[in-house]
Design a protein around this ligand. Sequence first.
Ligand code: ADP
Ligand code: ASP
Ligand code: MG
Length: 419
Amino acid sequence: MPLLVMKFGGTSVADLARIKNAAQKVKREVERGYDVIVIVSAMSGKTNELVGWVEQTSPLFDAREYDAVVSSGENVTAGLMALTLQEMDVPARSWQGWQVPINTTSAHSAARFVSIPRDNIDAKFAEGMKVAVIAGFQGVSPEGRITTLGRGGSDTTAVAFAAAFGAERCDIYTDVDGVYTTDPRISSKARKLDKIAYEEMLELASLGAKVLQTRSVELAMRFNVRLRVLSSFEETDETSGTLVCGEEEIMESKVVSGVAYSRDEAKITLVTVEDRPGIAAAIFGPLSEAGVNVDMIVQNISEKDYENHPGAVTDMTFSCPINQVARAKKAMEDARTAGLINYDDLAVDTEVAKVSVVGIGMRSHAGVAATMFKALSAENVNIKVISTSEIKISVLIDRKYMELAVQALHDAFELEKSA
Ligand code: ADP
Ligand code: ASP
Ligand code: MG
């Protein structure tokens, strides 16, 4: 039997009517001759509510109990989806992560897949079951505890099942009808893409486009899963949505394919640190040990070179997620107390955002940075930090200009027009 994976996000299973709507889409694929693995998220808003309850109960919570609580939203929708399908005469049953079992690492709240044995589910398909409904976002650790995969993790559950079961395709049903040149909520000029390369989607996702969890794109790329994003609220067929696929399948080639943004950034500057060999290691070592995900880094050049002026000083600036600022500050203060580093001041700016342009065309085109900086300067947006890689350029700017910057860059690279 050919097999499809269909994943429904939070808004697509937000209430019983929407679960029914999703179940109808599943039934249609069964009628077309597919066995289906359905992955469900929690009802929209549920996971946030559960996280809130954990934080109110225990600010420095035990991560194992956090996972026990926040994974529960998916258990409800998995059972309801199986029941809804049964009511439509589609043979279906649900599985929680531990029942499959979806084996993960024990990194609670950020667990990674280790293995997904097929036996239990294959046995049920062999008995005539048509749909296996799997609670997304969760798994079980080697210690037998419930784990979760990080926010947005049901996308990754879907891709992992598509890879493990050799699915023909992995369809991600959501509240937009595909991947756009930028978040359609930010720019009305955003244009839906028919196809996007894995590498571009990977950059867009990791730079903030939450339409797919970054890890799901990584897995799809590694296992060559045909990944499609489409709307659960519209009539859809084989050609709907956006296909995330290999570069060689893409005809359209613009230099820049998309603009991503991330609101949840903070910038930290260590003012007057010594400019000496080993200073970066002395700063970023403790940050890494404290679990701070440092993103962009700038070390200002000091006026005097170290060789001739051993007392030379410089400033070191880095960005990290806003909810890690307290941890970063503590790591730096502890490093100073331990005599590893010294600085005059630690300046925190929590009013920043990151805006990035992404495109595989950048590999072979010069001038993208110049166009980007010109567009931002025309809007009087000051750039605080810049970082680049082969296929992206990111800038850190004042958060109040974020939407303006996204729109200006979308215009500057003419993303509303197809290539
Ligand atoms: P789900 O609950 O189905 O997992 P998400 O909220 O996680 O859905 O992801 C869908 C949202 O991603 C859209 O509503 C949209 O606002 C946002 N988004 C951000 N960037 C993009 C983009 N480039 N293309 C499409 N959607 C995007
Ligand atoms: N419900 C989880 C979350 O909100 C997982 C997901 O929806 O993908 O992050
Ligand atoms: Mg999501």
